[in-house]
Write a protein of this length. Structure first.
Ligand SMILES: [Fe+2]
Length: 270
């Protein structure tokens, strides 16, 4: 048993829909009590950003939290979207003024094409509002807020388009749905891949992270333990998937897919 005392994170506001929790100096988590993902505010010396914004329907409560921090939407310089799922990005259209919107280029593409299958529109029953992504991010970009320097890490697996942000000096890891407290996995969705997921977790394991600020659930002060459990689970999922494919008649399942491709090309031929 570890004798390490768990960190207590101060709660600054609490209502029916969300809580506003201080994760570190000038770093805040807006933790929703419904299906919306967590949103984060990082109040830098030169720029203030948000990382994810939750569902559109929660915007009034999000606004209340932003006012509590004296960071109304017109003071948010940039919203960084961790990936394309609407529980993370639904409220983005409310930030359409001077705020820049950024996402990994693969997420940006899906969002701009309004790819409802990829963004899980039906699942979250969100309004079909266009979201314009101004900055298309890549692995290796750096977001410099003055006193925070966030490395953009490309961490695919949950989907093809997931990023994590990491501040080396402060040990802050914003890992969205790639890594959650207690090693809870975000699952593998449409464009995702369990092998990519494992590689992404291996990269996160190598970081000297101190606080995990994830897409769902509480803040964690034990990211190394979280990633160790997530890796175990993801290897389990990989082996389950192998057994599943063995159990299926792969050739019988492959044929309808090939037939649909042939039919599609027939249509294209006119
Ligand atoms: Fe997600």
């Amino acid at each position: 048993m570890s004798d390490r005392k768990p960190t207590t994170f101060p709660v600054l506001l609490n209502n029916d829909v969300c809580s506003l929790i201080q994760a570190a100096d000038d770093v805040f988590q807006i933790r929703f009590k419904n299906r919306a993902a967590n949103a984060y505010v990082v109040r830098g010396a030169s720029r203030t950003i948000m990382i994810d914004v939750g569902l559109s329907s929660n915007y009034p409560q999000l606004l209340q939290c932003l006012h509590q921090l004296d960071c109304p939407p017109d003071r948010i310089d940039m919203v960084v979207l961790s990936h394309e799922h609407l529980d993370h990005i639904g409220a983005t259209h409310h930030f359409s003024g001077r705020t820049l919107i950024a996402a990994h280029r693969l997420a940006a593409n899906k969002i701009m094409l309004r790819d409802d299958f990829s963004t899980l529109r039906k699942m979250f029953n969100e309004p079909n509002e266009p979201i314009h992504v101004d900055l298309w991010l890549e692995e290796g970009n750096l977001i410099d807020l003055g006193n925070f320097r966030l490395d953009v890490m490309y961490t695919p697996g949950h989907t093809s388009a997931c990023i994590s942000l990491f501040d080396h000096d402060k040990g802050l890891l914003f890992a969205a749905d790639t890594l959650m407290p207690g090693g809870v996995m975000g699952g593998v969705f449409g464009s995702g891949c369990i092998s990519d997921y494992i590689q992404s977790l291996e990269r996160l394991k190598g970081l000297n992270s101190k606080i995990l600020l994830s897409g769902h659930g509480r803040l964690s002060d034990a990211p190394q333990e979280d990633v160790r459990i997530a890796l175990q689970r993801s290897h389990g999922l990989l082996s389950d998937t192998g057994h599943l494919f063995d159990a299926l008649d792969a050739r019988a399942n492959f044929e309808p897919i090939m037939q649909s491709v042939r039919d599609l090309n027939k249509l294209d031929d006119g």
